[in-house]
Design a protein around this ligand. Sequence first.
Ligand code: 0L1
Ligand code: MG
Length: 262
Amino acid sequence: METKTLTLNQIAEHIDTHQVKGTEMDKITIDHPSLTVEDAYEIQKLCIDQAELRGETMVGWKMGLTSKAKQESVGVKEPIYGRLTKKMEVTESVLKLNGLIHPRVEPEIAFVMKKELKGDHLTPKDIWSATEFILPAVEIIDSRYRNFSFTLVDVVADNASSSKFILGNQAYSPFHTSLSDVNVTMKQNGEEVQKGSGAAVLGHPIKSIVELTRMINKEGLSIKPGMVILTGGITEAVKVFDGDDITVDFGPLGKLSFEVKG
Ligand code: 0L1
Ligand code: MG
């Protein structure tokens, strides 16, 4: 095996171990400063290959850094993507902290596709006609890096901080309401802690999926039918703690609530 391939495999093994155990690590760019963003996406894929060898299944994609504020915090002008597995889905209204490091939660709109989406020049129309339904959702991000501190290369390799996600019980037609106008408020123990609108996601969440198809097409990849896509945080992410009660009001897309337990 070539040295670079060997190195990427070793880094992926290292990150995978921290993802599985839920333990903090140093930035990989400290020991490997010459890694590129392309290398980081390859490492991300190798980590998911490891998860699949353990019997996990990839069920979708997430888009991250979709707001101006988040892009500025990492010093980039583009969003990033990550991969979602079945094991990451929280199916009860309880987020267990066991195995998490410093989780933060953010409201998102999820799309579930009925047709494959593949190509470099897909339009919003192509995405709408391939969408089965949409759901209110919450993403739980949990960077494996100490203090949630990373460069673009670090965070891409760590699967864009993907950790868990919760989908609402009620699905909606993609045409139910104008997604850029959906106003969202998040309450933590009854107190409003964040609010935002769908427009915070690249102007409109559909643009997030257009961008995802373009980005993964570079690797020859597509969004498969049945896959879920988390389009990006509508508000800033909020730190959560044992005993928290989180309720997100998505206006015309209903409410999603869950408890946080140690
Ligand atoms: O989902 C997100 O926007 C997070 C992407 C990675 C950056 C972070 O962990 O804040
Ligand atoms: Mg997110």
